[in-house]
Design a protein around this ligand. Structure first.
Ligand code: SF4
Length: 320
């Protein structure tokens, strides 16, 4: 439900986007008023998961892009599309996973395990990406891990996603994953006690939730473990009418919009970093674009970082 104040801001954003020729990208974890597409009465030109947003940014012919998500995602967009300036309404919006590992941490891991390839989740800052052999997103992590020609792979930074992946990879290929201790402070909160109701409902589990929850839930009921995209595809295919969601709360809005006849229940854990982007913040960023103040909202990477950080991302994109 959009308030009168929000309606005014939405109208202002649409007007400024047009005036300044800005394409607005929004992650699925953005609040509903931001992730709704402009053609459906909202403000976004494209809404997606991190891989979808990266690909859209790479191929966009936009003059300017305003990225509504967190900083590592906007950095990836800037790596992939050096021709369009990338702005953020909340340029300091972080991520507990991205902050859990530095470039120096990766160098130390490489020294500890010489010759072992490093596969890094896209949820890392550009400086850390410089040290990775290949990136992955939750959508292609399994396929990339299968393809790496090594008995051992270092996977950073998400420990729980690593545990969930490691089980599948070990079973399928015998390969071992060496893990880092980073966690997503949203997905790590999901516990089995939150999902004991509605035994007939299917469970939707993101890769980043604890492995113990995955085991207990998939023993007890039908469901899926995967990326946001896997969750969306599973719900579309499923004959079930009710689903329990173990992922960021606002993904329930995306799921409901795509499946209005189905029901979604969630303990509703929000990502505080994603919620740093607000309608008012977007208006402020759009007002600044084209003026001396725009630097405060611009994502800038130095050329040396860009040259190195793009390589693991490009290797990942060979799998798309
Ligand atoms: S949901 Fe988790 S992984 Fe995503 S931005 Fe928030 S803290 Fe980072």
């Amino acid at each position: 439900m959009v308030s009168p104040e929000q309606s005014l801001l939405i109208e202002k954003i649409k007007q400024l986007k047009k005036e300044k020729n800005v394409t607005l990208l929004a992650h699925y974890y953005m609040p509903p008023a931001i992730q709704l597409l402009e053609k459906d009465g909202g403000i976004a030109d494209f809404t997606g998961d991190s891989l979808g947003l990266s690909l859209f940014a790479r191929d966009a012919k936009a003059e300017r892009i305003l990225f509504c998500g967190v900083r590592f995602m906007a950095e990836t967009a800037a790596l992939l599309n050096p021709n369009a300036p990338i702005f953020m309404a909340a340029p300091e919006a972080g991520c507990s996973l991205a902050s859990s590992i530095t470039a120096e941490d990766v160098r130390q891991l490489k020294a500890q395990y010489p010759g072992v390839p490093v596969m890094g989740y896209i949820n890392t800052y550009a400086e850390t990406k410089c040290e990775l052999d290949i990136c992955c997103t939750s959508r292609n992590a399994l396929e990339i891990a299968r393809s790496i020609p090594s008995d051992k792979i270092i996977f950073v930074p998400d420990y729980y996603m690593g545990q969930n992946l490691a089980e599948v990879i070990k079973r399928e290929t015998g390969k071992e994953l060496i893990l880092w201790k980073g966690t997503c402070e949203v997905h790590e909160q999901f516990k089995n006690e939150m999902f004991t109701s509605d035994p007939e409902a299917d469970i939707l589990l993101h890769w980043e939730v604890p492995n113990q929850l995955v085991k207990e839930q998939l023993d007890a009921r039908k469901g899926v473990l995967g990326s946001t995209n896997d969750i969306l595809s599973y719900v579309k295919r499923s004959k079930s009418e009710k689903f329990l969601l173990a992922s960021e709360c606002d993904l329930a809005f995306t799921l409901k919009a795509a499946n209005p006849d189905k029901e979604f229940l969630t303990p509703c854990v929000h990502c505080k970093y994603m919620k740093e982007t607000t309608l008012l913040g977007i208006v402020n960023a759009l007002n600044a674009i084209g003026s001396d103040e725009e630097q405060a909202f611009l994502i800038q990477l130095d050329e040396a970082t860009r040259e190195r950080a793009i390589k693991p991302v490009e290797r990942m994109l060979e799998f798309v």
